[in-house]
Every structure is written in structure tokens, then in C-alpha cells.
Design a protein around this ligand. Structure first.
Ligand code: CAA
Length: 257
């Protein structure tokens, strides 16, 4: 299928499967991606979602340029909304999302990676927002999330020039959390996903909701929301279990209640 979903012990790996076009995303791919992400967001058995691309060359080389060639203004808006919908799901679903960037992450591909909570990249990956070279601008969140992830000046440089950066530079600039040899990227990603899948999912959901506020809205309101979310954790079995396990010097076994 266009979007493959493989589940293993609480971790769902979502693979954009169009390797002969560098996993570029057209309308059907984007609609299917949105549908799969919507299901995974609502599935309590899924604790962590990983996004990656099929093959060795590309994560996602962006929105399909051949599809976009003949778009008008109205269709352009629809297309931005569809891609932003996928990005918003990755950013806001109540469980961690990890981008395993196994190659080119360009345009919409870079934007989907930026919407994930954590980004791991192969040393061979290349990232960028080359839209300017097509006479357009990022439309799936890149103008906002790249600046929030790095700095406004660096984001402007990449968005204005369309320059592709290698994995080492992406790491130095904080676009990605870590880089790994290509052959080790998926095993390292699974290691991190398994680690997160063993945490309390209710605590993780609250942690994600709280940290997502960091660059938006009013600081004082956000601190009040943090205090509220913190207090709600004391209504959960996972808080009782987590603290009992610490005191009894044993591993916690979280149930998600
Ligand atoms: N859309 C459609 N097709 C694409 C594509 C894309 N974004 N990226 C790659 N492909 C296709 C190529 O057309 C080619 O197809 P054919 O075999 O039919 O010719 C195939 O994938 C292989 O690509 P290349 O031959 O170009 O491979 P390469 O190794 O020489 O180069 C690359 C790889 C640097 C990724 C290059 O393909 C490239 O620059 N792709 C376009 C990247 C880009 O501009 N992405 C941004 C799109 S705009 C966007 O995403 C808007 C937004 O914000 C939502």
C-alpha cells in the first residue's frame, strides 16, 4: 500500500512507500497518511508512532511537484490544509511521534519531520526547504516550525535560499536530535520507541500537551496549565505505581490508568 503501518509491541512504524519517486507525497498518499495517523492517534494499544520512508534514499522528498504543477490558488489552499492536517496529527496526537529520517527530507518531507516530537537521522540524510527554487514557499508548517526548532535567522536562511543541509549540520543546528549510521538508524529508533513505550502513556500525553505550549500563547497561562496537568497525574494508578516502585527499589509497571 501507499502508506505501510507495521505494529510491534506498542510501537507503530508508518512508512511512506513510494521509493521510485523518493517517497514524494501526492493527494492519495497524503489522504492515506492522514487516515492512518488518525487511527493510530486514537488507538490505546499504540504508545509511540514512528514516521519513515521506504528505501535507502529518501525519507520524503516533499510534496509531489508533478501534482502541484497545475494547481490554482483554491487547490493550493486545500493542499496546504491536507499536509498541515498530517503535520498537526503528528504534533498533537497524545503519544510521542519520532521521525526516522533515512534520506532526503525536503519541503513537505522536512515539514512532516519537524512536526514530529523527536527527529533521528541517518548520517546520509539531507534536509531542506527547497520550495523557493520552485517559485513557492513552504506550506505544511515549515515557515513556523523550522524557526521554533532552530532560530528565526537560520530558518530564514534555509527558507530563502532553499539550501539543503547534511545530517551533521542539521544536528549542530538542533534540527535533529541525533544522527546514526544508516544501517543503525532503525534499530536506534526502535530502541528509543521501546523506551518511550514502557513509560506511563497518561504521563507522556500530559508531558506532550504541556511541552507543546512552550512556544505559544501566554507564559503565565501555560505555567498554570502545567500545574493543572501535573496535579491530574496524582489521580492516576501510574503515579501510585511509579512512586511505589521507586520506594520499593524495583522497576515500575505502568498500565496507562
Ligand atoms: N515530487 C515529484 N517527484 C519527485 C519529487 C517530488 N518532490 N522528488 C523526486 N521525485 C521523483 C523524480 O521526479 C524522479 O522521477 P522520474 O524517475 O520519473 O524522473 C524520481 O523521483 C527520482 O528523483 P531524481 O532522479 O531527481 O533523483 P536524484 O537522486 O537525482 O535527486 C532529489 C534526488 C535531490 C531528492 C531530487 O529528486 C529533488 O530535488 N526532488 C525535489 C525536492 C523538492 O523540491 N521538494 C520540495 C517539493 S515542494 C513542497 O514540498 C511544498 C510544500 O511545502 C508542501
Amino acid at each position: 500500500s501507499m502508506i505501510e503501518v507495521e505494529r510491534h509491541a506498542g510501537v507503530a512504524v508508518v512508512t511512506v512507500n513510494r521509493p521510485d519517486a523518493m517517497n514524494a507525497v501526492d493527494v492519495q498518499h497524503a489522504e492515506e497518511l492522514r487516515a492512518r495517523l488518525t487511527e493510530l492517534a486514537a488507538d490505546p494499544d499504540v504508545r509511540v508512532v514512528v514516521l519513515t520512508g521506504a528505501g535507502e534514499k529518501a525519507f520524503i522528498a516533499g510534496a509531489d511537484i508533478k501534482y502541484m504543477q497545475n494547481l490554482g490558488v483554491h487547490e493550493g489552499l486545500r493542499w496546504a490544509e491536507l499536509g498541515q492536517g498530517c503535520a498537526e496529527l503528528l504534533e498533537t496526537m497524545p503519544k510521542p511521534t519520532i521521525a526516522a529520517i533515512n534520506g532526503y527530507a525536503l519541503g513537505g518531507g522536512c515539514e512532516l519531520a519537524l512536526a514530529c516530537d523527536i527527529r533521528l537521522a541517518a548520517t546520509t540524510a539531507k534536509l531542506g526547504q527547497p520550495e523557493i527554487n520552485l517559485g513557492i514557499i513552504p506550506g505544511w508548517g515549515g515557515s513556523q516550525r523550522l524557526a521554533r526548532t532552530t532560530t528565526l535567522g537560520y530558518a530564514k536562511e534555509l527558507v530563502f535560499t532553499g539550501r539543503m543541509v547534511d545530517a551533521a549540520e542539521a544536528l549542530e543546528r538542533g534540527i535533529v536530535n541525533a544522527i546514526h549510521e544508516p544501517g543503525e538508524l532503525m534499530s536506534k529508533t526502535r530502541e528509543l520507541a521501546d523506551l518511550l513505550a514502557a513509560k506511563s502513556p497518561v504521563a507522556l500525553a500530559a508531558a506532550k500537551e504541556a511541552t507543546n505550549l512552550a512556544f505559544s500563547g501566554d507564559h503565565r497561562d501555560n505555567l498554570r496549565t502545567e500545574a493543572h496537568l501535573f496535579s491530574m497525574a496524582f489521580a492516576t494508578d501510574d503515579q501510585t505505581e511509579g512512586m511505589a516502585a521507586f520506594v520499593e527499589k524495583r522497576e515500575a509497571r505502568f498500565t496507562g490508568r
